[in-house]
Design a protein around this ligand. Structure first.
Ligand code: NAD
Length: 426
């Protein structure tokens, strides 16, 4: 007889992002026959920093926020990864995201390790002044641990160019000179890179284009469903539409819109920017985020948040290609079901790696003090994404594994090689 306590525990375990990352890591490590010493080093982060951040709120009251920075690995270069502000940030989540960054940087072969940061706060309820004070004090607490050679943060959920400009300025005040390379995702005028804002969506497009070639499909025949309409989903949908794909559904946190004949994406995005909602967009029906995932389509692109495709709904996913714009949208239990159903998965550590690739370009440009034209950035991004997609697909074919396992194996193998060559300082 089913035991509800055990079922609950299984469900909680399934959606824990760290467990999710570890189960993929373990499978790939086992298939690689990874040396036990390397396994023990690579399965844990290099460093976890917890900080308490006092902030004078506009009301005059002092509030103390809890924040983290996890530096997962430095074998291939400085740690690299975003900072998110949200009420449900946890150390486990940040730890998983930091490890994903290590594997992501290795998949696209950029010379970075993985890191991630977060602060438990409700940014929607905070004023610009409160956000600025919190960001500056968080940066001051991390001052010895970040820097162009050490750890280079970037935006993530609820942080943006402005947040990066505050971090860059605070770090520079302490260094007594301007250090643009301490963060990426800055405004272009302050050492940011042309094309960075669109880079994750553009990288997703390049991956989908490659998958289409493999499956012998063309954009006009391809119906795409996009969950999330922020930096990744919104820009991704615009670029897909521009490239001739038929984007039939799009959503934000409140729900989505659907038109089987294709949505006018530029108009939908205009509507979203003007009204801050997709609701009431003419010529489309409303659809919930749960139902949106089950719409029949050729490409499903979850670009919002974690754990959207689980063992509960994986059997009802009705696409040929799953292009993971978000980090961790699919649980490990769902992977098996999708695999059995023949879904071609472009795993997150590949599909959304366009962002970190152009972050790498930004860091390079800051260090050179010489900035590239947007066309050059996009061309170099395309080169990296196409090569990485084909590396992963070839690895999967050669080793007879699914594409997610292939991406992990490729990444772990690269990090393990560098760690072995450097030697473990034990
Ligand atoms: P964003 O804040 O710009 O947009 C998030 C979108 O998802 C919004 O439309 C929001 O309304 C929607 N959303 C949030 N929670 C939702 C929920 N529970 N259900 C449905 N929709 C929801 O964030 P973003 O930068 O686009 O990031 C989205 C995902 O992509 C995250 O997983 C992030 O870690 C990942 N990612 C982002 C980048 C980047 O460069 N921005 C790079 C790599 C990975």
């Amino acid at each position: 007889m089913a035991n509800p306590m055990v079922d609950d525990a299984r469900e909680i375990k399934e959606v824990n992002p760290f467990e999710s990352m570890m189960s993929r890591f373990d499978r790939a490590a086992q298939l690689l026959n990874l040396d036990p010493d390397l396994y023990n080093v690579l399965r844990v982060p290099n460093r976890e920093i917890k900080v308490y951040i006092p902030v004078r709120m506009d009301s005059g009251r002092l509030e103390v926020f809890e924040g983290y920075r996890v530096q997962h690995n430095f074998a291939r270069g400085p740690a690299k990864g975003g900072i998110r502000y949200a009420p449900d940030v946890s150390l486990d989540e940040v730890r998983a995201l930091a490890a994903w960054m290590t594997w992501k940087c290795a998949v696209v072969n950029v010379p970075f390790g993985g890191g991630k940061g977060g602060i438990i706060c409700d940014p929607i309820q905070m004023s610009q002044g409160e956000l600025e004070r919190m960001t500056r004090r968080y940066t001051a607490e991390l001052i010895d641990f970040i820097g162009p050679e050490k750890d280079v943060p970037a935006p993530d959920m609820n942080t943006n160019e402005q947040t990066m400009a505050w971090i860059m300025d605070t770090y520079s005040m302490h260094a007594r000179h301007t250090v643009t390379g301490v963060v990426t995702g800055k405004p272009v005028q302050l050492g940011g890179s042309a094309g960075r804002r669109e880079a994750t969506g553009r990288g997703l497009l390049f991956c989908i284009n490659e998958a289409m070639k493999r499956l012998k499909m063309t954009p006009p025949q391809t119906r795409v469903v996009v969950q999330g309409s922020g930096n990744v989903g919104g820009i991704g949908a615009e670029l897909l539409h521009e490239s001739g794909y038929k984007v039939v559904a799009l959503s934000d946190i409140h729900g989505g819109i659907y038109n089987p004949d294709g949505l006018d994406i530029p108009e939908a995005m205009k509507h979203l920017r003007a009204t801050r909602s997709l609701e009431d967009f003419p010529g489309a029906e409303r659809v919930s985020n749960t139902d949106l995932l089950e719409i029949e389509c050729e490409v499903l692109a979850p670009c919002a948040t974690e754990n959207q495709i689980t063992s509960q709904n994986a059997n009802r996913i009705n696409c040929k290609v799953l292009a993971e714009g978000a980090n961790g949208p699919t649980t490990a239990a769902a992977d098996e079901i999708l695999h059995d159903n023949g879904v071609f998965v472009i795993p997150d550590i590949l599909a959304n790696a366009g962002g970190v690739t152009v972050s790498y370009f930004e860091w390079v440009q800051d260090r050179m003090g010489y900035f590239w034209r947007e066309a050059v950035v996009n061309e170099r991004l395309q080169e990296v994404m196409v090569a990485s997609f084909n590396d992963v697909a070839k690895y999967a074919d050669t080793h007879g594994v699914d594409t997610r396992t292939a991406a992990y194996m490729l990444a772990i193998d690269r990090v393990a090689y560098d760690t072995r060559m450097r030697g473990i300082y034990a």
